[in-house]
Design a protein around this ligand. Structure first.
Ligand code: PLP
Length: 200
């Protein structure tokens, strides 16, 4: 079980503090915001950074340079762009870790592939030598009741099993317990660690 400390909107000092408390995995939503923070984090040896916000193809190069894992791959075009990137020397030796973002609960989530599209995207990524597909990620429709969200977590686990994908990134501050019970391998926790964000 990997705890991802979601540090979007918080300054580099907040990541340092979390690192000192033992956090090694961080989640950020915006490429531009993290590009500004990244040079301030050189002391965080061994820290790994996950992009958990939507990624536009035109920012794929920058994202591949900045992040260890892109959790929000939602199409073959974006995957191909990521696969084409020349990554910096220190990370070029290994493939870029990616997850497929899955859209569950239709209308509310803007991004992600439909469950029926996972197979084709998985096949496409399997042929991309610079990418390593870890598993699936989802952001279910928001609810303050974890029991309302639980069926989505269960659904993601079933999809992972069906497609032979082990990693499941699901669960946030208000519902990570339910996500863990349903098989989450990565939980993404912001507010419960850093407090409330000033801006979205
Ligand atoms: C902001 C964010 C989180 C963290 O949400 P909290 O409720 O603050 O824990 C997790 N996942 C994604 C995709 C996010 O954008």
């Amino acid at each position: 079980m990997t705890l991802i400390a979601v540090s979007k909107t918080f300054p580099a000092a907040a990541l340092e503090e979390a690192y000192e408390a033992g956090c090694r995995e961080f989640g950020e939503n915006y490429v531009q915001e993290f590009e500004a923070k990244r040079p301030l984090l050189t002391r965080l040896h061994g820290a790994r950074y996950h992009l958990i916000g939507h990624l536009q193809s035109n920012k794929a190069r920058k994202a591949a340079e900045l992040f260890e894992t892109i959790q929000t791959v939602d199409g073959e075009r974006l995957a191909r762009r990521l696969n084409e990137q020349q990554r910096p020397l220190d990370v070029m030796q290994r493939p870029l870790d990616v997850m497929i973002e899955v859209k569950l609960g239709a209308e509310e989530s803007k991004h992600g592939v439909e469950p029926g599209e996972i197979g084709a995207l998985r096949e496409a990524i399997a042929g991309m030598t610079n990418l390593r597909l870890l598993g699936l990620m989802t952001i279910p429709p928001w609810s303050d009741d974890p029991e309302a969200t639980r069926p989505y977590f269960r659904q993601l686990r079933e999809l992972g099993e069906r497609h032979g994908l082990r990693a499941l990134s699901m669960g946030m501050s208000n519902d990570f317990e339910a996500a863990i019970e349903e098989g989450a391998t990565h939980i993404r926790v912001g507010t419960a660690l850093f407090g409330r964000r000033q801006r979205p």
